[in-house]
Design a binder for this molecule. Sequence first.
Ligand SMILES: [Zn+2]
Length: 443
Amino acid sequence: MTTRILIKNGTIITFGSPCKVLEHQALLIEDGRIARIAPREAIPGPFDQVIDAAGQLVMPGLVNAHMHFYSTLVRGLGKAAPSATFQEVLDNLWWRLDRKLTLDDVQMSAEFILLDAIRKGTTTFVDHHASPFAISGSLDRIATAVKNVGVRACLCYEVSDRDGEDIITEGLEENAAFARRCAAEMDPQLRSLFGLHAAFTLSDRSLERAAVMGRDLGIGFHVHVAEAASDVALNLDRHGLTPVARLNRFQMLGRDTIAAHAVHVSPADMDLLAESGTFVAHNPQSNLNNAVGIADVQTLVQRGVRVGLGTDAMTVNMLEELRVGLWAQHLRQDNPTCAFMDLANTLVVRNPELASQLWGCPLGTLEEGAAADVILVDYHAPTPLDGNTVLGHLIFGISQASVDTTICAGRVLMAGKRLMIDVDEAALAARSRELATRLWERF
Ligand SMILES: [Zn+2]
């Protein structure tokens, strides 16, 4: 039976290129897709549900191009030693933490942070997971969390050499097993990529094994690239190639591959990324926090690289990430008026493109035929709101507004700022604190 939801009286912001503002249009959802965008009177009933979006913006669910659900249980952990370099941040915090994660921790980390994502209107995630002593089945556990909450996620396991041969093999196989599951089920909420930590933690042999498996599975790679200067120095020192050139040597670049960060890339690296169509996920808050530098988004875009936006687990709020990205780019370029469109396009154009590519249907934009991932945001515009001004409103105003309603795949996950899913949040939080306490004891 067809489920029909009508959203009326809102101002529609389409995203995509160009990002349009549609007034006096209603939006009809049928069976998880946007069936019509037209004047209210042109869409005949009956409807299962009518949502009055007066005083609200109707926007697509937002897409996060680089995330680590597993970092949720680190919030407030004060035991990590002070770190002077990016390598020490990994050694003292992340690689200590991920080695102690259990499968229960992994599922909880995802489930809890995804409730917050619903509140922030982020409905699609590209996640990058590590739990080197709880690998087998970890992606299935994250998938269970994603299914329970009702959003979409593209998952992978980050293979690295740091824990030895058996762990490498287990990581490779976890990627393959989950990719086979996705191909078999074609679940509209789940997709997969082949995960790698970074070129500096992978030998040529490991890269070759992953490259062969990824190609056989027909999926792209999701890998940290040139996040810190030390990544580049280590690769040059050991292999005589930059991280980008090394991945290119193993034919791992391409339109299906996500290179997270690309902070320390040369002009030649940028050309390799552009020519191959590799998607760069820019994570400004993480880069600032780790003091690794600020990616030169302006030049990347000028040279033809597809640059989208991730949060690297700093937040699930994509509009906050976008704002910080713009301020950081101004500082990077020493220019307070540059790169506005370059940054805005990461979230408004490139992330929807990535999601559409991964899911094989229009996703992340409001158009007829697109996936019905829709959010309603409380917002009265104090200045004219149209196609010329919408991106300014997005960064300076809408980013500060609250999300009222979140719909993913035609399912209402939040309405009137109340979660509509079958999850007892207080009980989940209590259980999460229990697991975190035990994890911190092991840390
Ligand atoms: Zn990351």
